[in-house]
Design a protein around this ligand. Structure first.
Ligand code: PCA
Length: 176
């Protein structure tokens, strides 16, 4: 990687555990210390999207625009060096999440109509529709303390199954 890979140029809209106060925020904290990430503020999606919880209360943004609610999250500028670490955490090469464009607007500045093009970690297309169905077509607008209650950290999950196995089981277990 070259010097340009340490400049925070990619805007990442975080909506889940990467946000301040949640379990994976320490990665962004690390990146902010070296200038590989910069906090830009609280933002909201322009379109509605389903935001649901899967196994272990892990949050998933589903790429089904128009369904669900407008989502509130935090925007960060991240360097290429930083992005490779976030991609690794989000399992972009393991079929967990996919990093794709999303349009957001600064919270409280909705009137100005200034749209920012960012990227977000959406659930992979291999299971997102089933996850929406499993959640009864009900999404949340923000991943809050309340929604995160019962979250199980990676290290505390049964390790004989992969994350995708857990997603399959979650989807195929009837809800009550
Ligand atoms: N981490 C990423 C995607 C889902 C998650 O828990 C985020 O906070 O945006």
């Amino acid at each position: 990687m070259g010097i340009e890979d340490s400049i925070p140029t990619t805007l990442i809209f975080t909506y889940g555990t990467l946000k301040r106060g949640f379990s994976n925020h320490n990665l962004l904290e690390d990146l902010m210390k070296t200038g590989d990430a910069v906090f830009k503020g609280t933002y909201r999606t322009v379109e509605k999207f389903p935001l649901v919880c899967g196994p272990f209360k892990v949050p998933f943004l589903l790429k089904i625009p128009g369904s669900g609610q407008r989502i509130t999250g935090e925007l960060y500028a991240v360097s290429n060096r930083g992005l490779s670490r976030v991609d690794e955490l989000e399992g972009t090469s393991r079929g967990h999440y996919r990093r794709l464009p999303i349009e957001v607007v600064a919270a409280g500045e909705e009137e100005s109509g200034m749209i920012t093009c960012a990227e977000a970690y959406y659930a992979e297309g291999s299971y997102d529709r089933e996850m929406w169905r499993k959640n009864g077509g009900k999404g949340i607008g923000i991943y809050s303390e309340k929604e995160a209650r019962g979250y199980v950290k990676r290290k505390d999950r049964p390790s004989h199954l992969t994350f995708l196995d857990h997603i399959r089981i979650f989807i195929s277990t009837p809800s009550d």
